[in-house]
Design a protein around this ligand. Structure first.
Ligand code: FAD
Length: 422
């Protein structure tokens, strides 16, 4: 008899859960996705005016994302990511017109902090050692509670690092969570911070290969299938009500809710989950011949920006993609205004002087991640719910990881592994 597993949400958590469940013969796996597109917050779509696929945001992956690389291998997409030839993070300070590279090579320990050529300028090894007070963080402390905000190490290392990892400003970000990430990275054997991005698109790397594998192995995926409600009886889910149909659930069938926390809280009464969210704004500029002079250092595919409005700039063929993280304060500006401010930064960085702003597309992800503050991370639930046949997956589940690709994929695997063992 085929035991049905119903996965709600075709984001990375739902897909990774399905991929890890596939091997077992006696299961019938169905994924239900509310949208017409798969991938959730890690998706691509065809943008008419650009005549190509655009990603909803630049997603940076690091080598320490163990489960992410396992997932990519399972879906035969491990060659769909690219990396710089060497491990380095180029930076530019817009205000001071300074450029440098951080080279966080490491083998068991982060020995790069002892080498001047690997650190940001004006920052000594001692500055890094003094920052280790972060490891004494209490549960309720933010990164800014522990680090002085006026030094170069804050502006040039801790602030961009915290925002990149937690999509939360250091004044709100949980110091404890950041330390957990650092410890995971420290004990990763070789080169944990080596950066990777997708070769073509998020869809080509993370999503379509997974969908193909699920379908090839007998799974089923439905788009435009929005779960509206679950009917419970005696701590079991017994009926799922979708926008178009109703599905009855036997006691031995399982539901994995791999949706965002706001939706999960509507479906599961009394679920405690993170509620505050942070926006990420992405602006794609379509470049033509005039912009040939836009070159990133040493053939890198990205550059970090300090002292401007922009956080990261990525270049992929003729598209310059700008990321502004933790961007709630910008989100009330209209597109024209945002593009103007951003183009001013771009002009300064690449000395474009009089060149006019090219065609652009802005993607606002208002709920890109939850705010990873001491208060909000305490609201992260475990994967088990009080309903015996309902599990939770997503980047907001308590896996010990921040809300990232690795967090989402790990949570999906955790649920699948539990089901596989039970
Ligand atoms: C712009 C941006 C940039 C990012 N950059 C990075 C980065 O550089 N590195 C990194 O590691 N992470 C990054 N992230 C975070 C990463 O994308 C997310 O952590 C991850 O994609 C979350 O996956 P998920 O499966 O948990 O959730 P989601 O992707 O949100 O998946 C949930 C799915 O459930 C569906 N759904 C919702 N309600 C229902 C319903 N009622 N019925 C059926 N389906 C439903 C949704 O449509 C969605 O497809 C970024 C995120 C954004 C938005």
């Amino acid at each position: 008899m085929n035991k049905s597993i119903h996965i709600i949400g075709a984001g990375l958590a739902g897909l990774s859960c399905a991929i890890n469940l596939l091997k077992t013969k006696y299961r019938k796996i169905t994924i239900y996705e509310a949208s017409s597109l798969f991938g959730g917050r890690c998706r691509s779509y065809k943008e008419k005016g650009f005549n190509c696929q655009l990603d909803n945001g630049n997603h940076l992956v690091i080598k320490a994302y163990k489960n992410t690389f396992k997932y990519l291998k399972k879906i035969n997409a491990h060659n769909e990511l690219i990396s710089n030839r060497k491990t380095f993070y180029p930076f530019v300070d817009v205000k001071k017109s300074e450029t440098w590279k951080v080279k966080p090579y490491s083998f068991i320990l982060p020995w790069w902090i002892f080498l001047r050529s690997c650190r940001p300028p004006n920052i000594s090894t001692l500055h890094f050692i003094k920052s280790f007070k972060l490891f004494l963080a209490k549960k309720n402390q933010t990164v800014s509670d522990l680090l002085k905000k006026d030094g170069d190490i804050y502006e040039r290392f801790w602030k961009p690092f915290t925002i990149a990892v937690l999509n939360t400003h250091p004044s709100e970000a949980s110091a404890k969570l950041l330390c957990k990430v650092i410890i995971k990275i420290l004990f990763f054997s070789y080169n944990p911070l080596q950066p990777f991005v997708v070769k073509k698109s998020l869809n080509d790397s993370f999503i379509m290969p997974a969908i193909k594998k699920i379908l090839d192995q007998g799974g089923n995926i439905k788009s435009n299938a929005r779960l509206k409600k679950i009917i419970f009886k005696n701590n079991f889910a017994e009926q799922m009500i979708f926008n178009k149909n109703i599905i009855n659930i036997d006691k031995d069938e399982l539901i994995v809710l791999a949706v965002t926390p706001n939706i999960a809280s509507k479906i599961l009464p009394n679920l405690k989950s993170p509620a505050k969210t942070n926006c990420i704004i992405n602006i794609h500029f379509k470049l033509n011949q005039k912009y040939k002079e836009i070159k990133l250092p040493d053939g890198s595919f990205f550059i970090g920006v300090i002292g401007g409005i922009v956080d990261w700039i990525f270049k992929k063929r003729n598209i310059l993609s700008i990321t502004i993280s933790a961007a709630n304060n910008l989100n009330n500006l209209d597109n024209e205004k945002i593009s103007k401010i951003v183009w001013e930064d771009v002009k300064k960085i690449f000395n474009l002087n009089t060149i006019k702003k090219p065609k652009y597309k802005i993607i606002r992800e208002k709920m890109a991640t939850f705010v990873q503050s001491p208060e909000e991370i305490l609201r992260k639930p475990k994967m088990h719910t009080k309903y015996k046949n309902v599990f939770l997956a997503g980047d907001w589940i308590d896996t010990g990881l921040p809300a990232t690709i690795e967090g989402a994929i790990t949570s999906g695997y955790n649920v699948a592994n539990y089901i596989n063992k039970s």
